[in-house]
Design a protein around this ligand. Structure first.
Ligand SMILES: [Mg+2]
Length: 222
């Protein structure tokens, strides 16, 4: 697992870092201003303010990552991808289990159960915020092995709750095969589905420890 954490208060700190952050801020402002001067006549249906905001976020994100322990590959032009687990992260598996008095095995054996679960608090809004920020978002979930209805029920949940990601569903027993160094995996069970093999950054979803959706969105905001 790699560490993507940054001291977000460092922008106000005194000392050697202050010069860096002043230079970084000037670089953001001048890069956005220069791009807008050149591109303004050609933006077409994309509003100048939305374009400038997206550009600014991208540049801030690159500067932020350049200071992290996990510098991105700037030669890779692909958008950064975020892979999101389902049960316990975007889907309220435990809430459904408790509400219906079921065991985990009961749920696995019940066709339709996974499709009927509610989203985790704030999950849908957070996923849409990440998409809005320009991340390429994918669901990455492990179905119950050899239980075919759990595969289709998980897909049905996405079709209903986040239909814009209907073409971004990965069902796998090995999340270590997904993504590259610039990508992020959000999961609540890092000891399962070979998460430890993920090449990028891993955010452990743990609402009790403060890593809930609002904090994750804040963390991933460039
Ligand atoms: Mg999970």
């Amino acid at each position: 697992m790699r560490n993507l954490d940054l001291d977000t208060n460092a922008t106000t700190a005194d000392g050697p870092d202050q010069a860096y952050f002043i230079a970084a801020e000037q670089a953001v402002q001048s890069a956005v201003a220069a791009a807008m001067r050149e591109l303004h006549p050609y933006l077409g249906p994309v509003g100048p303010s939305e374009f400038a905001l997206t550009l600014e976020r991208r540049i801030r994100g690159m500067i932020k990552l350049a200071r992290s322990n996990n510098p991105p590959d700037f030669a890779d032009p692909a958008p950064r991808r975020v892979f999101i687990d389902m049960d316990g992260v975007s889907v309220d598996f435990d809430g459904y289990r408790r509400a219906h008095g079921l065991t985990v095995d009961d749920i696995k054996a019940t066709p339709g159960a996974y499709a009927r679960m509610a989203p985790m608090p704030g999950a849908i809004e957070a996923i849409r915020a990440l998409i809005e920020m320009g991340y390429e978002v994918w669901f990455a979930a492990k179905p119950a092995t050899c239980t075919a209805h759990t595969y289709s029920d998980k897909a049905s949940w996405v079709f209903e709750h986040v239909p814009e990601l209907s073409h971004r569903i990965i069902l796998t027993h090995n999340k270590g095969l997904l993504g590259g160094p610039n990508d992020t995996l959000i999961d609540d069970a890092l000891d399962r589905a070979a998460c430890e093999g993920f090449a990028g950054s891993i955010i452990e979803f743990n609402a009790a420890a403060g890593w809930d959706w609002p904090r994750i969105v804040h963390f991933l905001t460039p």
